[in-house]
Design a protein around this ligand. Structure first.
Ligand code: NAD
Length: 494
């Protein structure tokens, strides 16, 4: 009753003044077929808005627009002006933080306060890239003889970008920021489950970014995403999502020899050594698996516990799980909302069933919360499995929900072997008070990011990306600009 009313009011408030069209060549458009799809609020399972269901024809129009602006106005602007416009757009997003945050919360089910922090994060990343673009240049290379040899970094042209539904606007900023700052233009396809903030953010670029510089084309993966990855005028692709989709995209890219950046899934280990501070460990573990309802690519989803600390850790971790408030994302104090959609709910509950079949023990959670107010949403309680072995499917596959697996080890080599016995390599977490041991483990774990005694946020300038099946390339950092530019060598006789 009450929750439904609150959400209906919030949906009206958030959408009242916005028409959610595709954003192509500086204007709001319908899909060429005229068709739409619905995006829903996972708390009450009701429609938030109808959005154009774009297909290859719309992608074609958007790529043409991006191509013209790349060859024209956007390239003619210097780095100073491009950065200024990117900052101006970021300021505009910041000014609409409340609406963007509310839309993000309604579309994903994440707590409103966290959603607003993500909008701030997106703004910060756009400004960061605007600021560092100027210092990204080539170099002069000494050679024998009377020649001047130098390199310059040049943009690729039209970038095709595809994003997932777990951190919609935030991950858009990781992709659009570096692309535009280095002089490329963009066609981006947001996830069909959560397209709203991308579409509204694009509208907020009106009058700031020249027409065609940023194009946002909503639609399904196969109908709109695939044609974008196959388009021969798209010179650079960047994707965040599941590893199997990444594989498909890489194959499509191969046909045109298009470079790709891939940020894929993970099943990141957290090793808790026997000397660990138990409170630190339990807190990092809880944030690592319950934040964003476990729908985080770098979730700490396998906890490897030394047998001597296992009991003490488990007790503290259970306390943290009990304190992780599940509830209405619009209510202050809620730490965990529902899963973002029905499909994800079914996937997670299937994995919980599978874990029991595989012989693991549910220590807490395992089902929907016992709260009639939440019964229409895709809620699941914080869930912890004990007695997990590393060869179980629940230990090897990305569940993408608030489901933790506890494993036990007795010596260092065993811990590292278990940590690395996985297809993924996005992150690794180490909990110990022994600095030397921490450095040793950091060096031995096969992952793109190691965090010691914390589950960190993403800081500006700190490279983020995976080893193994977790991806190719790094986002959030200076080297990201390398992924969006190519080297031209100039070799001149003096
Ligand atoms: P997904 O792969 O199902 O979808 C991601 C995007 O790809 C969506 O926009 C979708 O429409 C599109 N897509 C689907 N099929 C396509 C195709 N054939 N061609 C082109 N595009 C296609 O992933 P998801 O379920 O939205 O996101 C969850 C996944 O993302 C998890 O595996 C998670 O770990 C990963 N992720 C990784 C990072 C990271 O930085 N490494 C960050 C967030 C999420």
């Amino acid at each position: 009753g009450e929750i439904r009313q609150r959400h209906r009011r919030a949906i009206d408030e958030a959408t009242a003044e916005i028409t959610f069209g595709a954003w192509i060549d500086g204007e709001t458009r319908s899909a060429s077929t005229g068709e739409t799809f619905r995006t829903t609020d996972p708390v009450i399972d009701e429609t938030i808005a109808e959005v154009p269901r774009c297909t290859s024809e719309d992608i074609e129009t958007a790529v043409d627009a991006a191509q013209s602006s790349f060859k024209g106005e956007w390239s003619d602007l210097g780095v100073t002006e491009r950065s200024a416009l990117l900052n101006e757009w970021a300021d505009e997003l910041s000014a609409h933080r409340d609406t963007l945050g509310l839309l993000e919360s309604l579309d994903t089910g994440k707590p409103l306060e966290y959603a607003k922090e993500e909008i701030d994060g997106a703004v910060a990343f756009l400004s960061y890239y605007a600021d560092i673009a100027r210092s990204h240049g080539g170099k002069q290379i000494p050679v024998d003889g009377d020649s001047l040899v130098y390199t310059q970094r040049e943009p690729y042209g039209v970038c095709g970008q595809i994003t997932p539904w777990n951190f919609p606007l935030y991950l858009l900023s990781w992709k659009v920021g570096p692309a535009l700052a280095t002089g490329n233009t963009v066609v981006i396809k947001p996830a069909e489950l959560t397209p709203l903030t991308a579409l509204y953010a694009a509208q907020l670029s009106e009058g700031i970014l020249p027409d065609g510089v940023l194009n946002v084309v909503p639609g399904y993966g196969e109908e709109a995403g695939a044609p974008l990855t196959e388009h021969e005028d798209v010179r650079k692709l960047a994707f965040t999502g599941e590893d199997l989709t990444g594989e498909t995209i890489m194959k499509a890219a191969a046909a045109n020899i298009t470079p790709v950046t891939l940020e894929l899934g993970g099943k990141s280990p957290m090793i808790v050594f026997p000397d660990a501070d138990v409170e630190t460990a339990a807190e990092a573990a809880a944030d690592g698996i319950f934040y964003n309802t476990g729908q985080a690519c770098d979730a700490a989803s396998r906890i490897l516990l030394h047998e001597d600390i296992k009991e003490e850790f488990t007790e503290a971790f259970l306390d943290h799980a009990a304190d992780y408030t599940v509830g209405d994302p619009l209510e202050e104090g809620t730490m965990m909302g529902p899963l973002a959609h029905q499909g994800q709910y079914e996937k997670v509950t299937d994995y919980i069933e599978l874990g029991t079949e595989e012989g693991a023990t549910v220590l807490t959670g395992g089902s929907a919360p016992d709260d009639p107010d939440l019964e229409d949403g895709w809620f699941i309680e914080p869930t912890i499995f004990d007695d997990v072995s590393n060869d179980m499917r629940i230990a090897q596959e990305e569940i993408f929900g608030p489901v933790e697996c506890l494993l036990t080890f007795s010596d260092y080599d065993e811990a590292i072997e278990m940590a690395n016995d996985i297809e993924y390599g996005l992150a690794g977490y180490v909990i110990t008070e022994n600095a030397s041991l921490a450095h040793q483990a950091a060096s031995d774990i096969e992952a793109g990011l190691i965090a010691v005694n914390k589950y960190p946020g993403d800081d500006l300038g700190v490279p983020f990306g995976g080893y193994k099946r977790s991806g190719i390339g790094r986002e959030c950092a200076e080297e990201t600009l390398d992924h969006y530019t190519q080297t031209k060598t100039v070799n001149m006789r003096l």
